[in-house]
Design a protein around this ligand. Structure first.
Ligand SMILES: [Zn+2]
Length: 288
């Protein structure tokens, strides 16, 4: 399952390759599951639009699109609307096994390809997803609002906002970190790794942590995510280019899935427990 750093890295890689390109033609597979918006409606929304920006929002990739500008139009755009104003969004959720690739039309089409977006530059964006838990959605901004993640953004959240998320909450801090309505996109690996770096036990009630502990946690979470994004940057070009299935270069885990192995700081064996139904790893001596 792609985690936040992987989604961020893919979004940056795709952005660098297709920004300002225009979508000329769209093909979709006949499977139903990947299409949150019906394929015909999505195709109508995508064709003829220019890609203004690609970015991560939570664990989604959002492709910001311009209004359609007819190539032969002699009349100026309607008053109040800039020719390149953002007018639509193509929202991609990778699900468990989804990949967003930038390739050329002649590259062999992988099995389980569900979308091919032909671009004016001669490139092609493809969405490939064997298990079909990924979702493609088109949002017409004239009819609705921008896509927004339900929770706060862990990379940019400020100290006081972070502390406020957990105030008065009785649930375990690990469960709170995974709660997508509080923070968007924090997965199991990064929850465990940030709690280790902050020296906090996963089962501590979130509302009982001190301001200092919460600040350590906020910084640790940002640090592990940024480390992973930095590492991912070196492998992303393979990941988003044609046959780039080498995968994402993972952060070296200090506790995650190291049950029974010595802690890298104090050599105490790492323990595994279950919190919020998720496998949880921590050092009983470094984390309090
Ligand atoms: Zn330790």
């Amino acid at each position: 399952m792609p985690e936040l750093p992987e989604v961020e890295t893919i979004a940056r890689g795709v952005h660098a390759r297709v920004r300002n390109d225009r979508i000329t033609e769209v093909w979709f597979s006949s499977y139903r599951e990947p299409f949150k918006t019906p394929p015909a409606k999505q195709a109508k929304g995508l064709e003829g639009r220019t890609i203004l920006r690609v970015e991560r929002v939570g664990k989604h990739i959002v492709v910001h699109l311009s209004a359609v500008s007819p190539p032969s139009s002699k009349s100026p755009p309607p008053a109040g609307r800039l020719p390149h104003a953002m007018a639509g969004e193509w929202v991609v959720h990778l699900g468990m096994t989804g990949r967003l690739l930038v390739t050329t039309p002649d590259a062999p089409v992988a099995p389980h390809t569900h979308a091919r977006l032909t671009l004016a530059s001669g490139r092609e964006i493809r969405f490939v997803d064997p298990r079909r838990f990924g979702r493609l959605d088109f949002r017409d901004l004239a009819k609705g609002t921008n896509f927004a993640a339900p929770g706060a953004e862990p990379l940019w959240i400020e100290s006081s906002d972070f502390a406020a998320l957990f105030r008065g909450r009785k649930l375990a801090i690990k469960a709170a970190l995974l709660n997508q309505s509080l923070l968007s996109g924090v997965g199991n690996i990064y929850a465990d790794e940030s709690l280790f770096r902050a020296g906090i036990r996963p089962r501590r009630p979130a509302g009982r942590l001190t301001r200092d502990q919460l600040e350590r946690l906020r910084l640790a979470l940002r640090e592990v995510l940024e480390d992973a994004i930095r590492l991912g940057g070196s492998s992303v070009s393979d990941y988003v280019d044609a046959d780039g299935v080498r995968g994402f270069f993972q952060l070296e885990h200090r506790v995650y899935q190291r049950t029974g192995e010595p802690c890298l700081v104090c050599k105490t064996p790492i323990k595994r427990i279950v919190v919020a139904g998720r496998s949880t790893h921590y050092c009983p001596s470094c984390q309090h």
